[in-house]
Design a protein around this ligand. Sequence first.
Ligand code: FE2
Length: 251
Amino acid sequence: MLFLTGDLHGTNDIQKLNTRRFPPKGLTREDYLLICGDFGLVWDNSKEDRNWLDWLESKPWTTLWIDGNHENFDLLADYPVTDWHGGQVQYIRPHILHLCRGGLFDIDGRKVFAFGGAESHDKKYRVPGRSYWEQELPSAAEMEKARKRLDEAGWQADIVVTHSMPQHWQAALFGEQIYAHNALTDFFDEIDSKLSFRMWFSGHYHTSRIIDPKHILLYNNIIRLTEDSFVRVYPVLGGPEAQPGELAEAY
Ligand SMILES: [Fe+2]
């Protein structure tokens, strides 16, 4: 099985994975939980980080994550890169894997195109090298490498997982005041129009919404993919029409 959820921010939002909220029965290491960026537990290599990584490693599933903007990219760069299921990963623990940008991974019988990164809207309050890293935005070379990978695959995937969204969706939902229009969101516009895919999941916006049947934002919700759609595992996935109370249940 393949489960997805939104940002963890280290310990800030990890409570969604406690056993009361996500009590998986019978999961194995061949079941996957994929976090759509802002993992945040490769942050300062503190005892707290290491203890929570050990806690996550003790769970019966395999955790996968893409990078968001709130990651320590200098620390992350120290982990070796290795091939895994059609893309490249970094093993943080034996069953906690960072999916590198641009991989087209075979996961639970699906082709998953994963491409992390996003621009911090709060970077003026952050300190370079301590709480902000310019690598949060992918380079032109990383995007070009991803295009080549998708060329090889005939621009076919099942699932797309990113942290930020295509620009046209981001602007339509949030305007351009908070979330910047940048080369990455333009790149995602290109992917959105050229790639054949069934569903695209993003984190970053700290809300859970079904934008349309193909584009879904995740935060403190956990979903499980089904044959051709998904089901809610925890707690309720609100749509654009959801009342505040319905969404509040997710927090
Ligand atoms: Fe976040």
